[in-house]
Design a protein around this ligand. Structure first.
Ligand code: 3PY
Length: 252
């Protein structure tokens, strides 16, 4: 564990990026590149659950904490990914408090939640570190829900107040799509929703996160108080570098 949750609770700003390619080698390279955390994407990424397993192994010896975005709030999916050793779970498209509460519950062992106990899994070093893992899981596992629907905007305070939900993470593409202003990241409707999310998180002592692809947007979001900041993805890093090199070669 890289103690991401503790750092967020202490008010740190943490930089990360998306890993969409499902590649353990790429995860290792990016993990060694200076990010505080990375997001392994099972919602939209190219990888499978098995790929996530290998990515988590590759990230173990890097400074980057590994968060996994699952495709829906299924309890079994949450358990399997945590058992693989993920430090946190991000759940997309949460629309109401009950859905967020189900995520929070799935993240933690009883009496705090409904996570099933399995000793012989990677998270506990296959049983060799079970006591430590079990005792520290509550303080280490990061619960993240995505704010990207219109419905959820009416429930921000209740969701932020849930024990086990640590970060309200804005999905700018989906949120602007839902608001009917796709890609307009300076539109007042979108910016109001972002501000409402940050306010709700702040009131509950939780963090707000966001993903964007243009580093020029950093100041806008950090000045609003967003502290879990992702910029870019392995796929875009490769695509940008490849395009630059190909076009440079054309000029020689
Ligand atoms: C969005 O931008 O909608 C996201 O969910 C981030 O991938």
């Amino acid at each position: 564990m890289k103690h991401l949750k503790k750092q967020l609770q202490q008010g740190a700003t943490l930089h990360g990026c998306w890993l969409n390619l499902g590649s353990a080698v790429t995860a290792e390279i990016v993990g060694l590149s200076g990010f505080d955390w990375v997001l392994l994407d099972l919602e939209h990424g190219a990888g499978t659950e098995k790929d996530v397993y290998h990515q988590l192994q590759a990230l173990e010896h890097t400074p980057a904490a590994a968060i996994v975005r699952i495709e829906s709030a299924q309890r079994q999916r949450i358990h399997r990914i945590l058992d693989m050793g993920a430090e946190g779970i991000m759940c997309p498209r949460i629309s109401n408090t009950a859905e967020a509460a189900a995520v929070a519950s799935g993240l933690h062992y009883p009496p705090d939640g409904t996570r099933g106990v399995a000793k012989m899994v990677r998270a506990t070093s296959f049983g060799q570190n079970f006591q430590n893992y079990y005792q520290q899981a509550k303080e280490n596992i990061v619960g993240i829900v995505q704010i990207e629907t219109i419905e959820v905007l009416d429930h921000l305070d209740e969701i932020a107040a849930l024990d086990g939900i640590d970060v309200l993470f804005i999905g700018p593409a989906d949120l602007t799509m839902a608001l009917g202003i796709f890609g307009q990241f300076d539109h007042p409707l979108y910016l109001d929703a972002v501000k409402a999310t940050v306010n709700a998180a702040n009131k509950a002592g939780k963090a707000t996160g966001i993903l964007f692809f243009n580093a020029g947007e950093y100041a806008r979001y950090s000045s609003m108080g967003i502290r879990m900041i992702a910029c870019g993805a392995d796929a875009t890093f490769v695509a940008d570098a490849a395009r630059n090199m190909a076009s440079t070669l054309q000029t020689l």
